[in-house]
Design a protein around this ligand. Sequence first.
Ligand code: HEM
Length: 437
Amino acid sequence: MISRLSTPTKTTGDAIKEVTNLADCHETAARLAELIHKDGAGEWPPRSNYDYSAWPAALRPYMDIYHEMKDLLPAAKPSLVDDENRIRIDFFRARHAKLLEDRVELPAVTALLQAADAGRWDAFPRDVYNGFYCCIAWHRHAYRWGTIPSVRPAQLELSLPLPPSLITPWNHLQSHFGLTSDAGNIMSNIVLNFSPSSRYQFRINSGLPSQILSSEEEFSRVLRGVEGGAMPIYLGIIRAILAYARGDMESCLVHTKSISEGLRPVLAEYYDRVHDKTIARSAWLSHVQGFYAWGMGYQDEETGEWIKWDGLSGNQVMLFQAVDAFLGMEVYLGEQARMGNVPRLQREFCEAVGRASFRGQLGSEGVEGGIRGEMGEIVKRLRVFRSAHRSRAKEYLLVPAPERLPMTAGKSLLKAGMEESLEFLDAFMVGRLQQTV
Ligand code: HEM
């Protein structure tokens, strides 16, 4: 009887409608509906608007300056001489800062951001807000590194004063998204970096050979694609939780099954693309990953403590946090990294899922045993992902990058050599794999 029950595969649009309809039924649905409506500008993955004519005039200089600076950022082959790199970085930053100072009217930009803070989304539509967030994130990371591949002199900087036109908007945007970091995150730099017609917007390696360009873009497409296929899974999570709360175990079983089935195509985004043919190993470490790092900080005036910010990591992708929470697993990220890099509404959705996780209360017989079994299928899929990720990540990280010190975007500077650094990184991946039971 149970096998006859199945949910037809939902499209993202159908799933969004259903989540919205369920918003009054459970806090998980309420939190996700709020996330879609606000941060998603009505869609998921979130919608960004890069139509120049839709951008308020005060913001357009940021788009113009991106176009003027983008070809100056990358070097096909980085110099290995620190002094030469220093000159290159200083030149880029000076020119970047000058253009920003000459063209951006910060009071007008601030007025727009204040209008958004006050809920005046007519003046600053949410999809434009998202596009602007991504644009500022590009500018900040470009200024931080001054040249791509990231090179040793920039890596050794402990802190860096950024131009005011990159600080004031960032503080508003981060506060809006409930984030504390100076660095960008998977949302700001990657997921939002696509137009509604799926055009990749802000580039790191503009003007370089096509293999580098496509490796950069494909990497972003994997991360966008994972979030792009996740909505039916989120709906399955909410439906399973609701069914359990109502004591409807058969329906709970169906929805739990839909989660493990939904994971298959979503994880295929990773399996099918994170390999040398699509994302060239020779391009990724130097030309892609370095841009997404941050690795700088500041001294907290009150406590005297040194606060350091890391950049992007796949560990910020909401799908994994939501599914882990559904299984009742402990949170992967530490508090500082979560508050810094995972937007507040995403955190709140995952926290609500974690509170409603019922796996520990399931019996082992009958339908409840069946639900346990389906949860086991989800665990299996995650374990396969985590094992594959562990070996693929190593292949990408072990590529020589003589222009720089060992570094990952998400964990900043590492040990003196990449082999030793890998032990440190592997501990995170193995640790999570062991917790995935
Ligand atoms: C090929 C490039 C990649 C490399 C070299 C890499 C490397 C790493 C490393 C070293 C960690 C452990 C340290 C940390 O938490 O930051 C990690 C964690 C993680 N990465 Fe990646 N990553 C890559 C791409 C991706 C992609 C494309 C995704 C998602 C689609 C992803 C998802 C995750 C997740 C979810 C974690 C948290 C640990 C876990 O859940 O197992 N990574 N990655």
